[in-house]
Design a protein around this ligand. Structure first.
Ligand code: 3BY
Ligand code: FES
Ligand code: FE
Length: 424
């Protein structure tokens, strides 16, 4: 909890907070930004954590980050440390990263490789499937090793994307249909044969919903993102109410090539508020990747891709990820809430696993555009938060032509929180 949160703490009990959340969502005007407490109140943040981040499917990372047996990554979902590890059979498993002895965090690094998972405190040792192998010298006769394995989190992988859920039972919905589409649309990229080139972790002093809202519109792009607009065309897809004819023509020309090559591109979306969405859109004419001059980020095209002009396949997964898949590299984004007014935005750039740094790609060139864009968005998010904290703030109207995807996000958020509160 940060300083702001301590100042904001109210005496309301948590049951009152849940009730307040219901009332605020019930009363909200759908095409307006949210009431202030939903962006800055620690109690409302706790409801977000319990009803969204501890229940829904979350994007955590890519399968090529854990390419072989024993490779792991760790992350924190609020106060919940989680461990993602590949086992001997090649399956990717997710566990609560908390020891069954006295609860210590087991894996303490952000990524690594381990033959077994050994707790640093008293060396209780688990295999890569979470079974307890060793528990010290004498735990007494009644101690049952089988009852003391690591606690599992739900974990699903498709198209190289790893998702987890901390819920006891898988969240309802059409998530599996989205995963099947993700498998189909990601096939050309062969994620298993990619590697992480570089990663950035950016702390942003803004509520997680402000980070996502900012990403869901390009109304702010012209005034803020000169580097990104070298290559990005700002329209959401060809259904965007603002899409001009020359953009639609450009798309149609590219789409004909993609069809001939068996490269999926058509818009698919799933769930309320288009919670999961995939579409391929062309980049600006004369560019092929999100670099400063629009030239390639890496000389080795990914997977079975032959045509460098694949635009960017955009993948959205609410509540915590957006992504840009290009012919030669892809960039994945993950948002994790830290507190009511702070979020962690992790960005990872992937290239072909055989691409050689300094020969096929230059990290500085690869990351330049999104480093600049992320930092610009961070400032926008932080200023948004500071203004929202004012006693002068009142919810303001979204533009239905420029900000329809923000409206969609909040529709999903509101429906999800209300549904989950009712099912408690
Ligand atoms: O992620 C994108 O595609 C961009 C960045 C800014 C707005 N958003 C639509
Ligand atoms: Fe893990 Fe003691 S807390 S071995
Ligand atoms: Fe932006």
């Amino acid at each position: 909890m940060n300083q702001n949160d301590l100042l904001n703490i109210t005496s309301a009990t948590y049951a009152d907070a849940r009730q307040e959340m219901e009332q605020l969502l019930e009363a909200r005007a759908p095409n307006y930004s949210l009431p202030q407490p939903l962006y800055n109140d620690p109690q409302m943040f706790r409801v977000d954590m319990e009803e969204v981040f501890q229940k829904e499917w979350l994007f955590v990372g890519m399968s090529s980050e854990v390419p072989s047996k024993g490779d792991y990554i760790t992350l924190e979902i609020g106060q919940n440390p989680v461990l993602i590890v590949r086992d001997a059979e090649g399956n990717i498993n997710a566990f609560h990263n908390t020891c069954r002895h006295r609860g210590s965090r087991i894996c303490t690094k952000e990524r690594g490789k381990a033959a077994n998972l050994v707790c640093p405190y008293h060396t209780w040792t688990y295999d890569l499937k979470g079974n307890l192998l060793f528990a010290g010298s004498d735990m007494g006769e009644s101690f049952d090793m089988k009852q003391n394995g690591l606690k599992k989190a739900l974990c699903k992988t498709a198209g190289g994307f790893i998702f987890i859920s901390l819920a006891a039972q898988a969240p309802q919905g059409d998530f599996d249909e989205f995963l099947a589409t993700l498998d189909e649309y990601m096939e050309p990229y062969d994620v298993e044969n990619t590697k992480l080139a570089v990663e950035s972790n950016m702390y942003e002093k803004a509520n997680w919903k402000l980070v996502i809202e900012n990403n869901r519109e390009c109304y702010h792009c012209a005034a803020n993102h000169p580097e990104l607009l070298n290559s990005l065309l700002e329209w959401d897809d060809t259904n965007d109410p603002r899409a001009p004819q020359d953009f639609v023509d450009h798309y149609n020309t590219q789409a004909a090539e993609w069809d001939a090559e068996g490269i999926p591109h058509e818009h698919r979306s799933f769930g309320p508020g288009k919670r999961n969405r995939i579409v391929r859109m062309p980049l600006k004419k004369g560019t092929q990747a999100m670099t400063m001059d629009g030239s390639e980020g890496s000389k080795k095209l990914l997977g079975r891709i032959k045509n460098p002009q694949l635009g960017s396949m955009r993948i959205l997964h609410l509540p915590n990820s957006w992504n840009h898949m290009q012919s030669d590299h892809f960039v994945v984004f993950r948002v994790l809430p830290i507190s009511a007014q702070e979020s962690l935005v992790t960005t990872k750039w992937f290239v072909h696993k055989d691409a050689v740094e300094g020969v096929d790609y230059d990290v500085k060139k690869l990351r330049h555009v999104w480093d600049a864009t992320n930092d610009q968005d961070r400032v926008l998010g932080e200023e948004n938060q500071r203004g929202i904290n004012s006693i002068g703030y009142q919810p303001g109207p979204y533009s239905e032509t420029y900000e329809f995807a923000v409206i969609n996000f909040l529709e999903w958020y509101s429906d999800t929180v209300r549904k989950n509160l009712q099912h408690r």
